[in-house]
Design a protein around this ligand. Structure first.
Ligand SMILES: [Zn+2]
Ligand SMILES: [Zn+2]
Length: 381
């Protein structure tokens, strides 16, 4: 019996939340569309572990030593019926009810396809304005040669001669409880009840082929990083050409060198000379809307901010309104003055600063001085 706790990497006491978190992480990591087809088994293992541990009844059963996912275990309906009641077990053996080994009746050839998952990295500018991007995905598509039927030349599947279309074979077995009927999927038709006499040579009768294709994804303006977008019916085509699952795109936004985002505002830090802060100055700065004029008012102080209205990120659910672009001023104090500059500043000081006047002095909570990158990080959070 597989250790489902180990598969998900959680402790036996893990909460539902921890299990869900672990599952989300691993299902993303091992999804065959991302990790490659060789991880399909690992992916299945993670899924069956989650199927059991996320269901309180199944988890209890598993903790008592019974694997609800074991093939032929006969307790397929445990989540609905519960396991504790002997009559339930009894009826699942004799009642011909559903859930016995999953072998009741033929299995349809056409099965619904699974969901697919792909990742997409976009720029901050794409998030500001929205974009349409093409994503390459490798997934199952409808077989072009048989259109999903799995048979050559438009042949129809014929009734299986071994099980006469039942899809399973019944056998009488003696046990302590008396004689019981067990059923096994028919090996000839793999439980379908029909066989394809001349399977399509392109898909070997599966009705689908693994192929690479391009999907156009519309990214709405204002999207947040780590958003999952769903494209219905763009996922895997199922066995026998069954209806395609959905395609999920995990969108993340790359960090930008000039701007950090906080909500729908963009922040940037600009270095200006002390004289611009004191006297005021018009500067040109780069924005996602091209070069814009920024008017630094006279008397600006270090860390003052100057907003440019409506040049931030487009609101996700708005009518095109946008956040602001906020410029933070870093005032540079000049170093290495030459003689002339020093004399000029000297005479400025004499006219402006009163030597010997009391210097304001007060206590404040001590905080570590933050560097440029710390502040960007803060703004991002
Ligand atoms: Zn085919
Ligand atoms: Zn058969």
């Amino acid at each position: 019996m597989a250790d489902y706790y180990e598969v998900l990497g959680v402790s036996r006491q893990a909460s539902d939340d921890e299990i869900k978190k672990a599952y989300r992480k691993l299902s993303r990591k091992y999804h065959p569309d991302i990790a490659g087809p060789e991880f399909e088994d690992k992916f299945k293992e993670v899924n069956s572990a989650y199927e059991v541990l996320s269901d309180p009844d199944k988890r209890r059963m598993y903790d008592q030593g019974v694997d609800p996912n074991a093939p032929g275990g006969g307790y397929g309906n445990a989540s609905a019926g519960g396991f504790g009641d002997f009559s339930d077990v009894f009826s699942s053996f004799f009642g011909g009810g559903s859930g016995f080994g999953g072998a009741q009746g033929p299995i349809p050839r056409s099965q619904p396809g699974r969901d697919s998952l792909a990742g997409l990295n976009i720029t901050l500018k794409d998030a500001v304005f929205g974009t349409v991007q093409n994503v390459d995905i490798t997934t199952y598509s409808l077989c072009p040669d048989c259109s999903g039927s799995g048979a050559q030349n438009g042949e129809k599947p014929v009734t299986c001669p071994v099980c006469n279309g039942q899809g399973y074979r019944q056998q009488a077995v003696r046990t302590l409880l008396g004689q019981m009927m067990t059923s096994q999927p028919c090996e000839r038709c793999e439980g379908h009840g029909t066989i394809i006499e001349h399977p399509c040579e392109t898909c070997f009768g599966h009705g689908r082929v693994r192929a690479k294709r391009q999907v156009g994804v519309k990214i709405p303006a204002g999207i947040q990083t780590d958003t999952r977008i769903r494209l219905s019916s763009q996922g895997e085509v199922g066995e026998g050409g069954g209806a395609a699952g959905d395609l999920y795109i995990d969108v993340s936004i790359k960090p930008d060198k000039q701007f950090s985002r906080q909500g729908d505002d963009l922040h940037c830090w600009i270095s200006i000379p002390m004289t611009w802060a004191a006297l005021g100055h018009d500067v040109t700065i780069q924005t996602f809307d091209g070069e814009k004029n920024l008017a630094i008012p006279d008397g600006s102080q270090p860390d003052d901010t100057v907003p440019l209205k409506n040049l931030g990120v487009t609101h996700l659910h708005g009518n095109g309104e946008r956040g602001d672009l906020v410029a933070h001023l870093q005032v540079e104090i000049p170093r290495n003055l030459n003689k002339k500059q020093r004399d000029l500043l000297d005479s400025f000081a004499k006219s402006h600063d009163k030597d010997g006047a009391a210097i304001p002095q007060q206590s404040r909570p001590v905080v570590a001085r933050k560097g440029f990158f710390d502040r960007i990080k803060d703004a991002l959070n």
